[in-house]
Design a binder for this molecule. Structure first.
Ligand SMILES: NC(=O)c1ccc[n+]([C@@H]2O[C@H](COP(=O)([O-])OP(=O)(O)OC[C@H]3O[C@@H](n4cnc5c(N)ncnc54)[C@H](OP(=O)(O)O)[C@@H]3O)[C@@H](O)[C@H]2O)c1
Length: 300
């Protein structure tokens, strides 16, 4: 297949490498020259591209079979979300209508689920986020799912949990920097997924995903902050982070969700087997790397 990965970054590059290994021809699109250099170094075809710029969509060849829109908001606010996710996907749909594309994957987020009661969440659970940025993600999903459910666009939506992996994972990185804190009693649940499982889930969705369907991409064990940091502290033989009252957290970290997002549909319907079913498998390698550097005296 001829595949186009738009927003070819942390997930997109290893995705492109794996698709190329499987024999597909892969173009990686993004804006920055430095990022495009990484795409080239990974052996993929680099394409300078801004998803918000309608003119570049007009110039884009129409012979891609698979398109993955993995563009990020570059840590922007609601306006940036609107541009990248709503305008960007609007351009994508127009392009799709005059192309031969067979499957489009859009990587949304489990942040669309606003539940705070610790309940189990599947793809039919209400997605009614309170914050503006997640509401834009829902708008973008609906924009894509409506034509997909009428058979007009072959779009599959993946709702991806917090991604960790080589060099990423905000809880673990904060712990290593000595900046981690445990709000209140630490019972709030975190839902995460290893980067390589995001890659695997995207490929499964390209191969077998049903247009108009939504799949959660998350591992099998929502973990409380207390349990996560207890495990990390035990493995590394270091102290636990301090507890603080949640009203002392920065504004953006308050009112966080508390939910158990289920990967059942990903596993049972899409037939994807997680490489890292829980954080314990996923963090084995980085933990061992820290232990190794401790024993050899190299700082991490
Ligand atoms: N990270 C998470 O925990 C998480 C959780 C849920 C969902 N997701 C979603 O999963 C996808 C992949 O995430 P990721 O961690 O791989 O993101 P990432 O590392 O930030 O990569 C996405 C790339 O998109 C490119 N980009 C940004 N704006 C663009 C634009 N206007 N036009 C074209 N390219 C643009 C950026 O490269 P340039 O700056 O070079 O353009 C960036 O490298 C994203 O859709 C993200 O929203 C991520």
């Amino acid at each position: 297949m001829k595949a186009l990965i738009i927003g070819c970054g942390y997930v997109g590059i290893p995705l492109g490498v794996e698709l190329a290994r499987l024999g597909h021809v892969v173009t990686g699109a993004r804006r920055s020259p430095a990022g495009l250099e990484k795409v080239r170094q990974a052996g993929l075809n680099p394409q300078a591209f801004d998803v918000c710029d309608e003119a570049v969509w007009h110039a884009l060849p129409t012979d891609f079979d698979w398109v993955i829109n993995a563009t990020s908001s570059s840590k922007g606010g609601a306006d940036q979300y609107e541009n990248v996710y709503v305008q960007g996907n609007r351009h994508l749909l127009k392009w799709a209508a005059r192309s031969r594309v067979k499957r489009i994957i859009y990587t949304s987020s489990t942040s669309v689920y606003a539940q705070t009661d610790g309940s189990e969440i599947d793809e039919s659970s209400p997605a009614e986020p309170k914050n503006l940025t997640s509401r834009v993600l829902v708008e973008a999903e609906n924009l894509l799912l409506e034509p997909a459910r009428s058979g007009l666009a072959p779009v599959v939506v993946l709702r991806v949990a917090g991604i960790y992996g080589p060099g990423r994972g905000h809880l673990f990185q904060a712990y290593l920097k000595g900046e981690a804190v445990i709000p209140d009693d630490g019972s709030r649940l975190s839902n995460m997924v290893h980067r390589d499982d995001v890659v695997g889930a995207i490929i499964a969705a390209l191969e077998r995903g049903q247009p108009g369907e939504v799949y959660n991409v998350v591992d099998q064990e929502p973990v409380s902050l207390l349990n996560f940091y207890s495990w990390v502290s035990r493995e590394l033989g270091r102290p636990m982070p301090p507890n603080i009252p949640s009203d002392q957290l920065p504004e953006r970290k308050r009112g966080a969700t508390h939910k158990r997002v289920s990967p059942r549909k990903l596993i049972k319907i899409l037939g994807y087997q997680l490489k890292y079913p829980t954080f314990r498998e996923g963090y084995r390698e980085p933990i061992d790397a820290v232990l190794m550097s401790q024993s050899t005296g190299v700082a991490q």
